[in-house]
Design a protein around this ligand. Structure first.
Ligand code: PLP
Length: 375
């Protein structure tokens, strides 16, 4: 800001810069309205009761986030990120929105970008499931694939420089873009839907962490609403979150990328709020995959592997509660549908080539379903 020419040195400078742009504000109003209409048209997601013997005295539920219009819990995040970016003046007409993603967020963001009429570019690892790439393109987005998953952040930033776009940066902004106090966020919805159950206040809510945003929202909400519910994050192999949390080390690093799409990161993402989390469990990848195969029989449907990670951890919690004679409920998330991963988690050849053998974990789960004890 420079003073008006001729302002005497030392005199109070009276300046006025007016950037109010009626055309942009009309565009902004319309864009915010369109994002809100998507929320208005959407129904709440179901809370599924997983059939366990009632006599166990511990009930297990899955919050089914696969029924959003773009098929995963990232629909909530993308809506929040677009509103945050729009209301901050970051998302602008004709300015491409760019995102680093493992796929699910990019699918949902491509949908919202098209809804408000801005270009969308996803930066993802080459290893991302092909069906996710196809879904991003189906929603009108473009995919920019990189060899090393660690590169996605830098490449996204470079594309922003080249295109004048806006880097949405879910890994930084997920936790603050979401309304954690309420507004029908995932936590408020779970507690509303649990209201008439026999154990309405879950002993534990279990989630994985990709951005960490879901665990942050769940934890803040239970603290804010003064519940006793504990928040447990289930982490896969090749993820920095567990070590970062256990050692209080924000610089923890994992050497390889996660095989459980959507969760597990090589760095502790800024949106992960470790001090709000009560408990973490590391879950073997083969256990996550064994679990979605058993879940298919219990629920009659396929789920993504991150649902298996959370459900394996949830079954361990159920088992421990039973050992202690505790009654109560445990809630975890059905994060996305398994149909996106038919050529990986549901393909025995892919499992063998990845060196993953779910058989021992399947046997332990079958025992659990018979006895209520997960050894
Ligand atoms: C993103 C994601 C998660 C974890 O959610 P965050 O809020 O990002 O931590 C779990 N499962 C799937 C399939 C995801 O895409």
């Amino acid at each position: 800001m420079t003073a008006l020419p001729g302002t005497p040195v030392g005199a109070p400078a009276e300046t006025d810069i007016d950037r109010y742009d009626p055309a942009y504000r009309a565009w902004l109003r319309e864009a915010v309205r369109k994002v809100q209409t998507d929320a208005n048209r959407s129904a709440d997601t179901h809370l599924l009761a997983v059939p366990l013997p009632p006599a166990w005295g511990v009930d297990l539920y899955l919050k089914d986030e696969s029924t959003h219009p773009t098929g995963s819990l990232k629909h909530r995040l993308a809506r929040s990120l677009f509103l945050y970016g729009l209301c901050n003046g970051w998302v602008r007409p004709d300015r491409p929105v760019i995102e680093a993603s493992s796929g699910s967020t990019a699918i949902s963001e491509a949908y919202f970008a098209r809804l408000i009429g801005v270009p969308f570019i996803a930066v993802m690892a080459k290893s991302t499931a092909l069906s996710k790439i196809e879904l991003i393109e189906f929603h009108g987005g473009r995919c920019h694939l990189v060899d090393d998953p660690c590169e996605v952040y830098d490449v996204a930033a470079r594309l922003v420089d080249e295109t004048g776009g806006h880097y949405m940066d879910q890994f930084t902004y997920a936790e603050r873009a979401t309304d954690w106090r309420g507004n029908n966020n995932i936590a408020e919805s779970i507690f509303q839907q649990m209201r008439d159950e026999r154990f309405p206040e879950p002993t534990w809510i279990v989630t994985g962490a990709g951005t960490g945003g879901t665990s942050a929202t769940l934890a803040r909400y239970v603290h804010y609403t003064q519940r006793a519910t504990g928040i447990c994050v289930a982490d896969p192999e090749n993820s920095a979150f567990f070590d970062g949390w256990a050692e209080h080390d924000p610089d923890a690093h994992a050497a390889r990328g996660s095989r459980i799409e959507g969760i597990g990161r090589q760095r502790v993402e800024p949106s992960f709020v470790p001090d709000a989390i009560d408990r973490m469990m590391r879950v073997p990848d083969a256990a996550s995959i064994a679990t979605i195969r058993v879940l298919e029989r219990l629920l009659g449907r396929k789920c993504g592997a991150s649902t298996g990670t959370g459900t394996w951890a949830a079954c361990r919690l159920v088992s421990q509660m039973r050992e202690r004679g505790e009654r109560g409920s445990v809630v975890t998330l059905l994060c996305d549908p398994g149909e996106r991963y038919l050529d990986r988690y549901y393909d025995d050849q892919w499992l063998a080539s990845a060196g993953l053998d779910p058989a021992p974990y399947s046997a332990r789960l079958e025992d659990f379903l018979r006895t209520g004890h997960l050894a």
